[in-house]
Ligand binder design. Structure first.
Ligand SMILES: *Cc1c(COP(=O)(O)O)cnc(C)c1O
Length: 394
């Protein structure tokens, strides 16, 4: 039997005919966001957080672009993420693993040239023992808990380390770090309290660069930059705080196919549970995107919508696993006839907008975006010398 042909890209080029939705990831915008954050943080080193597969956007594609833009230090959450990332950045790039060494994983850190963040006295002891076995000092970061009660050495732990000779033997401290709990609310007094605690705790530990801020902390000002900053969300275009205009470029566009259109009348209902009712004649369209794509079901609750050019298309009823129904009543028939797809995230609707309507944060929307989409990457423009082509690649 001959192979059946796989559907080819449509003339419009936004996605192959067989795909329900397409995610375009703008690597040029990610590089530009890195450069903006790097410039804002002056002499501090700007690291890049690429945990959770670079917030769902593909660490294998994103990390090399960040390195090209100047990033030399990367953070992931888990050891396995670090092992996967290692071949995609140069050997000189530093990769810190936020969750530190679990029992029995020490040798994997050294084998893959990954640096653990040591979060507890147990992890400090584990790394010290590993260094003793290796007969050499081994690099690591020390994390201190300045108020979030999540990761890091307590004030008591720091006192013990400062007063007891030998507990940090063989640990080459490359960074002393903590993490802010409330950086997206600049007026919160917890920010200054955590900053001052970091100063006091880090002063009792071996001399090393200090780090406190992630994306939002960078925008609290130079007082929060110390020697290194760790942005994640801002690299991917999320707003550092909800009150101020977002200075970062959006990095994703999400388009969904129009699969079917229909006209309904007064008394007709839409979707599971028949929760939306037409009060008069209405033209509607069904899109090839649903919650199994990571387009959160709660996105329909708070006034979610799609856009077709400048036409706003409210979501009607519940989001299904593979489809979403929208109101296209205001769109002229000629425009609809020519349209193959709509924007779910795009020029008129940001990731943060989607998150707001879904009752969550942009982080969750981004990291939920699934693998079923057809994905394309827009390559970075090499911005050093002559103007060059900005070409999209698959
Ligand atoms: C996730 C994380 C970051 C990055 O945070 P963003 O808010 O995405 O910039 C930085 N540091 C630590 C410890 C983290 O867990």
């Amino acid at each position: 039997m001959p192979d059946l042909p796989f559907p080819q890209p449509m003339a419009s080029g936004w996605a192959p005919a067989g795909a329900g939705a397409a995610l375009e990831i703008d690597l040029d915008a990610i590089a530009a966001n890195y450069r903006l954050l790097d410039a804002r943080t002056g002499a501090a080193t700007c690291a890049a957080v690429v945990k959770a597969d670079a917030y769902g956007l593909g660490a294998d594609r994103v990390a090399p672009v960040l390195e090209q833009a100047g990033a030399r230090v990367f953070f992931v959450a888990h050891l396995e993420e670090g092992i996967r990332l290692r071949p995609h950045v140069s050997p000189a790039a530093r990769i810190f693993v936020l969750h530190g060494p679990m029992p029995g994983t020490e040798a994997l850190f050294t084998h893959h040239a990954l640096l653990p963040v040591l979060n507890s006295m147990e992890q400090v002891a584990r790394w010290r023992a590993h260094a003793a076995q290796a007969h050499k000092a081994l690099p690591a970061a020390l994390q201190v808990d300045t108020g979030m009660s999540r990761f890091g050495l307590s004030e008591g732990d720091v006192a013990t380390l400062a007063q007891t000779p030998g507990l940090l033997d063989g640990i080459d401290t490359k960074l002393v770090m903590s993490h802010l709990a409330c950086a997206d609310t600049p007026e919160n007094p917890a920010n200054a309290m955590q900053r001052d605690r970091l100063r006091a705790m880090a002063a009792r530990l071996p001399a090393a660069p200090w780090a406190l801020s992630a994306s939002s902390g960078i925008f609290l000002g130079p007082d929060y930059h110390f020697n290194l900053v760790r942005p994640g969300a801002a690299l991917y275009g999320l707003a550092p705080n909800a009150q101020a205009p977002n200075p970062l470029r959006p990095t994703v566009r999400l388009r969904a196919r129009i699969v079917q259109r229909r006209a309904i009348g007064a008394g007709d209902s839409v979707g599971y549970g028949l929760t939306w009712h037409a009060t008069g004649p209405r033209r509607i369209a069904t899109l090839g995107i649903g919650y199994a794509d990571g387009f959160l079901r709660s996105g329909a609750n708070g006034g979610g919508c799609a856009w077709l050019g400048d036409y706003r298309l409210p979501i009607l009823g519940r989001i299904s696993m593979d489809s979403t129904t929208v109101d296209v009543n205001d769109v002229p028939e000629s425009v609809l006839d020519a349209a193959t797809h709509v924007d779910m995230i795009g020029p008129r609707r940001s990731v943060d907008d989607v998150a707001h309507d879904a009752g969550t944060i942009g982080y969750e929307v981004l990291t939920a975006l699934g693998s079923r989409f057809h994905r394309t990457y827009r390559q970075p423009v090499a911005c050093d010398a002559s103007p060059c082509q900005n070409k999209a690649s698959v």
